[in-house]
Design a protein around this ligand. Sequence first.
Ligand SMILES: NC(=O)c1ccc[n+]([C@@H]2O[C@H](COP(=O)([O-])OP(=O)(O)OC[C@H]3O[C@@H](n4cnc5c(N)ncnc54)[C@H](OP(=O)(O)O)[C@@H]3O)[C@@H](O)[C@H]2O)c1
Length: 396
Amino acid sequence: MQAISRRLGQKQPTAPLCSLKSIYPISDHYYGADHRRQDSTLATKGVGHLVRKGTGGRSSVSGIIATVFGATGFLGRYVVQHLAKMGTQVLVPFRGSEDSHRHLKLMGDLGQIVPMKFDPRDEDSIKAVMAKANVVINLIGREYETRNYSFEEVNHHMAEKLAMISREHGGIMRFIQVSCLGASTSSPSRFLRAKAAAEEAVLREIPEATIVKPAVMIGTEDRIMNKWAHFAKNYSFLPLIGDGSTKIQPVYVVDVAAAILAALKDDGTSMGKIYELGGPEIFTIHELAELMYETIREWPHYVKVPVPIAKAIATPREVLLKKVPFPLPTPNIFNLDEINALTDTVVSENALKFHDLGIVPHKLKGYPVEFLAQYRKGGPQFGSTISERVSPDSYP
Ligand SMILES: NC(=O)c1ccc[n+]([C@@H]2O[C@H](COP(=O)([O-])OP(=O)(O)OC[C@H]3O[C@@H](n4cnc5c(N)ncnc54)[C@H](OP(=O)(O)O)[C@@H]3O)[C@@H](O)[C@H]2O)c1
């Protein structure tokens, strides 16, 4: 492990750690062994020494080659941006259209961001996208089921498979798994149970893996404030499931990406640790909705939906999902699994947090929610100053 930190050009860990080879036993059977022609493209015994060049900026070479699974998603773009900024080569496995990774290519120098088509169900294709890497970051996750993919397959089994392949790879120095705050094997939510099972599976395969558990993430492409603002604009009210008193600790997505990078760049202290990443303030759902209304400069209108009624609205999709021969719409405000998980979800007192990674998370009010200005009905300049609530009397 000292070799790892030395290669990464970082401070040596104080306690002597075992060598990489003893952590990740190198298997005799290597990828492509059955196919001679593929030998040269697949790493068999790690990726060799890190080559570092430059002063550390975007055009430098950090020596890290990271495969970021789930890079095409919301958090992915910020993680790739941070990686590219330090001169890391980023391998971007994607499964959908060629458009899904277009925005990422611009974040690095020519050839620095490498999109690679893969099939998450095909082990060989996963091995191929990991072959040249020395770091794996798993951001794959989905908070609803589809006809093709269950909660368990996406959130648990895929993570387990990635960890297993990384262990066999022999050259993966760091494995970072992104889980979710509130993930627990006893949660009423299948999504959160699957995330907890993934944490266990990853640590079983690679005890040195780092796990980060972000709270609900806020940012330009988020799926909470955008969803609410969109709904409020379309229907002139916002449904509050329960009475809106559930406590959450939303976090700015850029801080989560920074935390992942801080863990990656440290001297190995974050290895084998679990971090709970919540923002600096705890909000009730109602207070967060107020912040949304305040930023879009609309007068708040809520409809309180009792939990049993919310479940009744959300249930038909889940019941019909696998029974009808066509895809059903993505759940929006009424996601049955999320409704089942509606309990206070905040960072626990004893958990490792942002400050253990040397990061001070941003408050949400201000820049992190500025993107909501796009929902102002009179354009971004509508209303008076930011944070000043518009009353119905001041409507144009
Ligand atoms: N967003 C939040 O508020 C939040 C809060 C806590 C934790 N998290 C966790 O943080 C991670 C990143 O979140 P995010 O908001 O960036 O998620 P996201 O925007 O939904 O992106 C998820 C990524 O996972 C990939 N993915 C989903 N289903 C897949 C499948 N069946 N096979 C292969 N890839 C699949 C997606 O690829 P495609 O583009 O091909 O679909 C996408 O790249 C996830 O693990 C999530 O559970 C998110």
